[in-house]
Design a protein around this ligand. Sequence first.
Ligand SMILES: Nc1ncnc2c1ncn2[C@@H]1O[C@H](COP(=O)(O)OP(=O)(O)OP(=O)(O)O)[C@@H](O)[C@H]1O
Ligand SMILES: [Mg+2]
Length: 759
Amino acid sequence: MARGPARNLLYLYLSKNNSSKFRFFSVSSRFLHAHFTEPKKIQDFHICGHPLPIPPQFSPLWFNQWKRFDLFNFYRHPFSTVVENEDNESELCNLDVEENECEIGTLGSEKRLNFVQIASRDPVEIYRELRDASKGEKQTRGDWDTLIEIFRCFAKSGWASNQALAVYIGAAFFPTAAHKFRNFFFKKCKVDIAKYLVSLGPCIEAEKFLFPIFVEFCLEEFPDEIKNFRKMVESADLTKPHTWFPFARAMKRKIIYHCGPTNSGKTYNALQRFMEAKKGIYCSPLRLLAMEVFDKVNGLGVYCSLLTGQEKKHVPFSNHVACTVEMVSTDEMYDVAVIDEIQMMADSHRGYAWTRALLGLKADEIHVCGDPSVLDIVRKICSETGDELVEQHYERFKPLVVEAKTLLGDLKNVRSGDCVVAFSRREIFEVKLAIEKHTNHRCCVIYGALPPETRRQQATLFNDPNNEFDVLVASDAVGMGLNLNIRRIIFNTLSKYNGDKIVPVPSSQVKQIAGRAGRRGSRYPEGLTTTLQLEDLDYLIECLKKPFDEVHKVGLFPFYEQVELFAGQIPNSTFSELLDRFGENCRLDGSYFLCQYNHIKKIANMLEKVQGLSLEDRFNFCFAPVNIRDPKAMYHLLKFASSYAQELPVNIAMGMPKCSARNDSELLDLETRHQVLSMYMWLSNHFENDKFPYFKKAEAMATEIAELLGESLANARWKPESRNSGKQKGQEKDGGNERPRRSQETPLSQQQKLEKVAA
Ligand SMILES: Nc1ncnc2c1ncn2[C@@H]1O[C@H](COP(=O)(O)OP(=O)(O)OP(=O)(O)O)[C@@H](O)[C@H]1O
Ligand SMILES: [Mg+2]
């Protein structure tokens, strides 16, 4: 085993309050083994005085455990490691030097020595030698072939491309740079270096040997490309989001985390503080819930306004506001803020809105309500922001009981107060049809495409014991917010279409939905849950027993200003290209992810052909609430944007239906019409009012359609159609409504099930 010396100098700059504890355990020429006990304090890497961004794989979180990281990012510097704090007090660490592990035992001793020398040479020196050579030395044919292969692998190496980002050689430019490097190397190549590379062959070792030489080459040959890419990366910097809200950071905020399962009084307690406050804001995940809090709080004599994307109801003299979380102001000061369903921070599409509210709200006291899945990450965020965190843990008022008998596959077994949960519109109507055909029960329905007013009207109808509508059939839209008098939740299936394929419903969602049964103060304070089919019962029990998954990352999305800054770096690109480039190049800390923006891109692509929209207009239009799978709704959005771009007052350009729906396609049409009106109201609130002058008319039409929808649902006794029949067919073919079975499932005896239930 031949060994070469380690040659690395690594500066770590630490934060001001430098009590960081760290230990370097060993440095080899390839790896540094380090353990940081307080990794968050590491702010930046500087190599020989040149600041380097912390590449994503080196983000502070990454240091949480024992790690090896590749020192080729820190190539070319002699021996020691210096650690500095911001006051520039340097302290030389004693390094335990571990030697190169390159095994070349099979070679002759002279060659071996020579290779050891090459492997341990300073790459800067090698680069300079190559650069200054007048021409390359002759290689054998066989060696050429191997070198060609080595460089081919290098140009395709994900590792090298990824490492190159650290010196601002972008992934798009990397193949060109690698190609030019190859030409340079072949023109100047020396025999000993070539032989050494050939001895390694096309492998990661060869890539690691070449990489620092490649970097030297790039620094000298492509300064402009590097500068431009650096600017672009810096303008897509989403690291340290807590620093985006300096005013909130200047405050000493108190965060109270109401942590517990559904139906345990979290929101109730947070709202008590909200109502006591002089000035308060309640941030809701849904319009529906914002409306409910608005009504409840006003009903209790505390004047409260309502603010959602679609409606602004200002109540005179009010100091309180109930809003949807996307609408929360980070400019206003509040005494008390409530952020409900805080676990939605981890939502792949909308998570950024919760993250922004938590980081940016200017409130002395912020109550966040949710399950425990984001507790750890909220703790971490609070330690970064310097806010005080108080945790209040809750248990359900009454335990949820699983009925082991199930409905034995027969909907005739539904009873008054049941809520049957299905995961597609089609399934919902099939269940409603079957129940109403085979029993004397009447069904209310709640699903996501219904306007909040209709969902609410259906909820009220179901809650009222003095009518025949005593069963609810609902989608997962029932999982959040509504106060419903549900005795028992029955899962019609436990699988759903995720936009791509049929998958089991995630356990967190199963818990959330099942938890709707039995509400304190309702007719059914004790909740029951079960499945339609016996074979689904095990999965239900498994989900309910499973602890909440811990979330490691929460969502972020750039503000318009950040996108605008980024756009300045890549002129002449379409908005959709801009989003893609941003997604590729943005930098994030380890606790955050960039929220998905496929739906935004789809709208951006559609609006591409509309001339005369500014970047900001496009950004705003892309956030309009529209179902991108509904061509009619998309068509109306396109028309709205086109009129707006032509500076014409935007017309609603849509008639009113004369009566309630008589079949499913008429019902779908009503849903679409309501969505278009809701979109119009949203645009009217997000652009200058005079551009969308028919707000009142849209509002009146929307109210009327919501009523027609309510009437239609009461009479709905038809077979459902699907909005997107092609997709639905594929979906059914993919596995119908069967939950994919897990191979290792062992059936439980009834007795075991009952024991589980009791637990
Ligand atoms: N202390 C209380 N006194 C009277 N009613 C209460 C009390 N706490 C909670 N409730 C009632 O119990 C029900 C459930 O409470 P709440 O909505 O606060 O639960 P939650 O934990 O927020 O549930 P979810 O996770 O479903 O949002 C509500 O109808 C609420 O009004
Ligand atoms: Mg709640």
